[in-house]
Design a protein around this ligand. Structure first.
Ligand code: ZN
Length: 160
């Protein structure tokens, strides 16, 4: 069975940056399962998996435009520390939920300088090439319920 719209695809992956540093990997853990054609994984990888089949191994380089987007300076904001009331400790690398002009988003604290906190709404992998090594372990058709929900159920998928 080849991967097409509405396939359920299970695969192992290793994700590296351009320097060869491993950013994320399913090695030694559970593989990832996703519903193909529903934007559940980055577009560049989804495109390369179309037409592949179980047992295939491939290396895919995904550009920022087809990955987590270009890095945008406009998504970096400096805010006064007092705006983060109710938070006792603010540190670099801390994830926060913030209101932005584009609605609520997850942001990361990138600098704390005196009373000024810099927050960054870019995805941590924005602006980076994504180098995937993929090993496809299973391809099957989605169930009607999975299609209705837009995600995978069962062993490696979504649990309700
Ligand atoms: Zn569901």
């Amino acid at each position: 069975m080849t991967i097409k719209q509405d396939s359920v695809v299970t695969f192992h992956y290793t994700l590296k940056d351009d320097g060869g540093t491993v950013i994320d990997s399913s090695d030694g853990g559970e593989p990832l399962a996703y519903l193909h054609g529903h934007g559940n994984i980055v577009p560049g990888l989804e495109k390369e998996l179309t037409g592949r089949t179980a047992g295939d191994k491939l290396s895919v380089k995904v550009s920022p435009a087809e990955g987590y987007g270009e890095y945008e300076e406009g998504m970096v904001q400096r805010i006064p520390r007092r705006q983060l009331k109710g938070i006792s400790k603010v540190y670099v690398g801390m994830p926060l939920h913030a209101q932005t002009p584009n609605g609520p988003r997850q942001v990361t604290v990138t600098q704390v300088l005196g009373d000024t906190v810099t927050i960054d709404a870019n995805h941590p992998l924005a602006g980076k090439n994504l180098n995937f090594d993929i090993a496809i372990t299973e391809v099957r058709d989605a169930t009607a319920e999975e299609l209705q929900h837009g995600h995978v159920h069962g062993a490696h998928g979504h649990h309700h």
